[in-house]
Design a protein around this ligand. Structure first.
Ligand code: GDP
Ligand code: IMO
Ligand code: MG
Length: 445
């Protein structure tokens, strides 16, 4: 099986490259997309909203994108697909921030994308409190309530922000319903004012008008013209509303299928699926995490890896690499390659561990159980490997310039184990947050 999966796919023209997270988000998707974007024409976000926080570090300066795709610094064509939920306040701020840095983003936002309004964020907080131990510990960016309105067919779309008549009718219903929910369900004294929300929406409509259009049409045109299009996933496989650890995830499909429905492209347009995984495991928010280390080791990973949420600043829970999870991500995404990040952070440990299975009721489990009660009781089973040295940044950069063969011997064998356990080729190795701290193990495209 290994040989077939790892077979080099040669130099064939690969136009649509999806980049998705394999774990619980924050794997380094922003860095990987920025790196690949240099040779791409377009970068497209297809799901999620401003819950995402994607970091790109260029010339020592860190840029944190919540909605704008991570190809912005290369000034590529940028798209937000219909599957994204757009908080206009965040988007306008991000556009302005880029403009102050001298970048006028070539951005097109889908007219069909749904809009997050301030009351969605209020509801997000109230619902979290109500859920108690079932709360996911959301980013409180209004993501769940916005997708809920979309699915109930009450949502406001970007195109509506430019049509007073439609907006008035929709807001009548939406505001009316949510006032009832606020008052009668949550006992809140807060009351939403339709007219104020209406004016706010129209204001955002006029700020965003020049960026709005048919993203499916335009992205398909780019693909048909032979351009290289990167589809930038947000969150990660284990946060996917269908394939993640439900209900401790987000409200969208962060796996590759989301790129099809969230942009309006056919499956044949995606020719490469790169899964981004950290060399260890992290997670912000609640829910079971089998390899979590709450003691000294967890603290060491958190401080060395600077593991604090990009969007909320919360400390990330940390632990060893979980091969059961990444193998699962390989299956549900059909990965063609892995991008392994933060390998520099794992430097300096005498031994490093990989979770190769879970122990449940005395049996070895090597798949993710759907039953939360079972998953909570799964204990990691580890294999141990020799660690590699803790190298200074300059040394990692020198290694990156020299290429894959210059990586420390122990790290190469760690990567080999990951390939064997997940059945996916390591295409890219990241040895630091900067663009130049990247090693391409196999040609992508
Ligand atoms: P994303 O949400 O998947 O884009 O990831 P985040 O940006 O939220 O978190 C990843 C963090 O790790 C960011 O601060 C990156 O700058 C940083 N990072 C990415 N790759 C590496 C790496 O290889 N080494 C180190 N030390 N940091 C990295
Ligand atoms: P990026 O794209 C890490 C987590 C939250 C919470 C759950 C639901 O930067 O990898 P939500 O606000 O989406 O309703 O929260 O999902 N979460 C993330 N964790 N990275 C993210 O995005 C995340 N987006 C959401 O912590 O547990
Ligand atoms: Mg992030």
């Amino acid at each position: 099986m290994r040989a077939k999966i790892l077979e080099d796919r040669g130099e064939a023209h690969l136009a649509g490259i999806a980049v998705v997270g394999c774990q619980w988000g924050d794997e380094g998707k922003g860095k990987v997309v920025d790196y690949l974007a240099e040779r791409a024409d377009c970068v497209v976000r297809f799901q999620g909203g401003s819950n995402a926080g994607h970091t790109v570090v260029v010339n020592g300066e860190a840029y944190r994108f919540h909605l704008i795709p991570s190809g912005a610094l290369h000034n590529k064509k940028l798209f937000l697909g219909n599957g994204v939920v757009v908080d206009p306040e965040v988007l306008v701020d991000e556009i302005d921030a880029l403009k102050t840095r001298g970048i006028n983003p070539k951005l097109l936002v889908s007219d069909r994308a749904h809009v997050t309004l301030p009351f969605h964020k209020i509801l997000d907080g109230l619902q979290e409190d109500f859920k108690g131990e079932l709360s996911a510990g959301t980013t409180k960016r209004g993501i769940g309530p916005t997708y809920a309105d979309k699915i109930s067919r009450l949502g406001i779309r970007v195109v509506d922000l430019m049509n007073r008549e439609v907006l008035e009718k929709k807001l009548d219903k939406l505001v009316g319903l949510n006032n009832k929910v606020l008052r009668h369900v949550f006992g809140s004294t807060e009351s939403l004012e339709r007219d104020r929300i209406l004016e706010e929406c129209l204001k955002y409509g006029s700020s965003l008008r020049e960026y709005v259009g048919d993203v499916s049409l335009e992205v398909n045109k780019c693909l048909d013209a032979g351009e290289t299009v990167l589809f930038e996933g947000a969150q990660g496989t284990m946060l996917d509303v269908d394939h993640g650890v439900y209900p401790f995830g987000t409200s969208s499909n962060s796996t590759v299928g989301g790129a099809l429905t969230g942009v309006g492209i056919g499956p044949t347009k995606i020719t490469e699926v790169i899964g981004v995984a950290k060399a260890y495991t992290t997670r912000v928010g609640n829910g079971p995490l089998p390899t979590e280390e709450s003691g000294e080791l967890g603290d060491k990973l958190r401080s060395k890896g600077e593991e604090y949420g990009t969007t909320t600043g919360r400390p990330r829970r940390c632990g060893w690499f979980d091969a059961v999870t990444v193998k699962y991500a390989a299956r549900v995404n059909g990965l063609t390659g892995l991008a392994l990040t933060k390998t520099d952070v794992l430097g300096g440990f005498d031994r490093v561990r990989i979770c190769v299975g879970y122990e449940y009721n005395g049996e070895l489990v090597d798949e993710h159980p759907a039953d939360l009660g079972v998953f909570r009781k799964c204990r990691p089973v580890y294999d141990d490997y020799e660690g590699w040295p803790d190298l200074p940044t300059d040394e990692w950069r020198r290694i990156a310039r020299q290429g894959f063969s210059a990586l420390p011997r122990q790290l190469k064998s760690y990567l080999g184990m990951i390939e064997e356990l997940t059945g996916v080729y390591v295409a890219l190795v990241s040895v630091g947050p900067m663009r130049e701290e990247t090693v391409l193990a196999r040609k992508i495209r």
